[in-house]
Design a protein around this ligand. Structure first.
Ligand code: SF4
Length: 368
């Protein structure tokens, strides 16, 4: 029996949508996706090569590892060197190259106490086992992962665990879209493929400004090939009709209201603050910091109140890619001095980074 998900990867359905895209697209269009899962799906499914050449795929700031700023990585490395501190983080964080090529993985190999965990709750468990140390969880990710970090801080408070802290690098997606649109140097974005997971939390309203203020269309999309193709067709139709709106083509997972409980949970622990994004710089109210009542769990305020100043690596073009200015093959390091086993930039680290996806699926440089 065919499931609903398999229908969304049915070759006949996908080919039909591709034919419609080819026949209805009358002028070049550049679309940006803002979700690492979309990045990987576009490359893995072969869509990147199958789409018309006049429909340009841009990979925006949607991979949590990729958007983490050099100064945040430098702060994590500082923390790793402090006495009495154990770091807990997701695996990809270990491989992000920081200043001087240093990474948390290398710091661990040199004796720092850095452990890979699968959730912030794992870090809290670690704290309960290591009462002689402060366990700091390095929190990255967007509206989807911040509620889990918030719930862990609340659990620590309930259980009276005082040797746990959160280093919040959590970020909010809509302010990054606004920064891209307000920046005349970003890559000429005509339309947005909006993230499915983040939208399951946010709903549709936080994206309205894309159409109302900037006159660009956006479609919330699922992750199967037909989800992506249908969403692209909707974007093309809006563009062809000279219409800008925000539509939801992922109704089986995203409601207009989103997940109010998850938002309330994050809002009860975090407050919005200005945050640094790789490639985009400081974006107002685009990050999450712990509220004053949870200050004792705030590793940032307690241990690294000011992010260290570090020189940018001039060879790394990840920042340009996150702004839609270049594609993976435009970076001279791609596949030569930067590969998944020896990444020179974060977009080659995570499986959801566009360079890693382009490398892994052997995509030729047709997007150049
Ligand atoms: S090839 Fe490496 S350095 Fe260049 S943009 Fe990609 S990840 Fe960054």
């Amino acid at each position: 029996m065919r499931t609903m998900e398999s229908a969304f990867s049915d070759p006949e359905i996908c080919l039909g949508l591709l034919r419609r895209i080819r026949s209805e697209l009358s002028a070049p269009m550049r679309f940006m996706e803002l979700c690492g899962t979309h990045t990987a799906a576009v490359y893995r499914s072969g869509l990147h090569s199958l789409l018309p050449e006049t429909l340009t795929h841009l990979s925006g700031p949607g991979c949590p590892v990729c958007v983490t700023h050099d100064r945040e990585i430098a702060a994590c490395l500082q923390l790793a060197g402090k006495d009495g501190i154990s770091l807990a983080c997701f695996g990809d964080m270990m491989r992000i190259p920081g200043p001087g090529g240093m990474s948390l993985g290398k710091a661990g190999a040199e004796g720092a106490d850095v452990e890979v965990v699968y959730s912030p709750l794992d870090a809290l468990r670690l704290a309960a086992e290591r009462l002689d140390r402060t366990v700091v969880f390095l929190g990255i990710g967007f509206e989807t992962t911040a509620p889990a970090s918030a719930a862990t801080v609340l659990r620590a408070a309930e259980q009276g665990v005082n040797n746990f802290a959160l280093f919040s690098m959590h970020k909010l997606v809509p302010p990054s879209i606004e920064a891209l649109l307000a920046d005349g140097n970003s890559g000429g974005i005509d339309a947005f493929l909006l993230p499915g997971h983040v939208s399951a939390v946010l709903g549709t309203a936080p994206y309205r400004f894309i159409a109302e203020k900037y006159g660009k269309p956006g479609v919330i999309a699922g992750f199967e090939p037909a989800d992506i193709l249908l969403s692209l067709l909707l974007l093309i139709r809006m563009r062809e009709e000279g219409r800008a709106d925000v539509l939801n083509s992922y109704g089986r997972a995203v409601s207009d209201e989103g997940n109010a409980r998850a938002r309330a949970l994050a809002d009860s622990v975090f407050k919005p603050v200005d945050a640094l994004w790789r490639g985009l710089g400081l974006i107002p109210r685009s990050g999450w910091a712990l509220r004053e009542e949870y200050a004792r769990y705030d590793a940032r305020a307690r241990f690294v109140p000011d992010l260290p100043e570090v020189p940018e690596n001039p060879a790394c073009r990840c920042g340009d890619m996150l702004r839609g200015r270049i594609a993976p093959h435009d970076c001279p390091l791609f596949g030569k001095k930067c590969t998944p086993t020896a990444p020179a930039g974060p977009c080659m680290v995570s499986a959801e980074g566009s360079c890693a996806a382009a490398f892994r699926y052997g995509v030729a440089g047709r997007d150049e």
